[in-house]
Write a protein that binds this ligand. Sequence first.
Ligand SMILES: Cc1cc2nc3c(=O)[nH]c(=O)nc-3n(C[C@H](O)[C@H](O)[C@H](O)COP(=O)(O)OP(=O)(O)OC[C@H]3O[C@@H](n4cnc5c(N)ncnc54)[C@H](O)[C@@H]3O)c2cc1C
Length: 406
Amino acid sequence: MNPNTIVVPCRSPAEVAETIARARSHRIHLVPRSGGHCFAGRSTTDGIVLDVGPMRSVSCAGDVATVGAGTLLGDLYDALDDRAIAAGCGPTVGIAGLTLGGGLGVLGRRHGLTCDSLLSAEVVLADGRVVRCDEERESELFWALRGAGGGNFGVVTSLTFRTVAAPELTVFHLRWPVHRAAEVISAWIEAAPDAPDALAASLLVTPTGALVLGAAIATETETAAMLAPLSGLAPTSAVFRHLPFREAKRYLAQRPTEPGISLSKSEFFAEDLPQETITALVANLEQDRRESEARELDFTALGGAYARVPRAATAFAHRDARFLVKHGVTTRSGLDHARTWLTRSWEIPRPWGTGGVYPNFPDPDLRDWARAYHGDNYERLVAVKDAYDPSGFFRFHQSVPATRPV
Ligand SMILES: Cc1cc2nc3c(=O)[nH]c(=O)nc-3n(C[C@H](O)[C@H](O)[C@H](O)COP(=O)(O)OP(=O)(O)OC[C@H]3O[C@@H](n4cnc5c(N)ncnc54)[C@H](O)[C@@H]3O)c2cc1C
């Protein structure tokens, strides 16, 4: 923990407003923190970390759930019981941070981003006002929070979502040795983003092999049929398990974590990748590799309901993308060496990328971060910033700046 950091846990919007007022009067930098997982460390600072963790609550009425901003995904899924929200798998990820940047998950190709299920939010603004925003009230703020809201416009204290009946899921793993990785990537790119909405199949490629994993809102037989373009490539093992929703989420969250420092870079793609690019990506996994480094290419399919929400409906600027590629490395030594590999891997497919980067996978090295995260929405976001935080109190690296001077 940075010795200059003061963590202030807040239990209510009033405590949030009080903490903001204190920070303002002492001119101390403040950032909100929910689950604390920001890849770029934006929920930490030399000043005040406003921790919404104590606002951990879930209440349901019919198909609507109101969730305190400090709630973590694992607790949220447990509390929802037979209902669900389309969201990610990491049980310790904060629902606030995830939703405010978009929110990809196994129900997403059927139900959209997590922020697409958001009905309203309670926000404490920089001037201490507590506002509730939705499609009718403070609608521009509501628009901005859905895809560009992480730390930029105010502190969200509560989120209200439309829920869906929690479906049973078939979870699956299909494995191939690494010498088959290039053909698996080609087949995955062709099949996964255009698969039926019920299927969420991700692809992980490491120096040791390729793994297609995910879940489908379907029986084992139906899932196997949807995965035929991939299972036709004769995986060395294929596992299918039909599970209740909560168990399926727990199963999917069980991913081994490597010790060390993790770095990542990512980009969205709207078109296929040429075969030589795929071959180069796979070859680069082994290039100058050290035993102390764990390298990974992580492909996520979009399409489905993600793409059916009109582009202008929310601030999430990547509706046209078919898939997302995250390049990741975890190192126990030699940060520069790991960074060199990461940058080289990220650059290989870039000529075919949209230039867009997922706001929930922030990358402090991006040059044109405003376009990368927000695309054509950037100007509208600046107008929202001007209206709700004209002094730019919520300032930090790569945030949306107010156009007026502080
Ligand atoms: C293990 C793991 C699994 C993941 N799985 C997925 C996944 O399945 N799908 C997916 O889309 N992403 C996933 N992610 C990425 C995740 O969406 C982002 O890391 C997200 O920003 C984490 O939110 P947080 O609340 O945990 O983090 P934090 O660091 O607390 O917050 C992230 C950002 O939001 C801001 N913020 C936090 N709380 C508030 C608030 N109350 N009001 C305003 N701003 C706030 C912070 O200042 C920061 O800028 C995963 C990350 C990890 C580490």
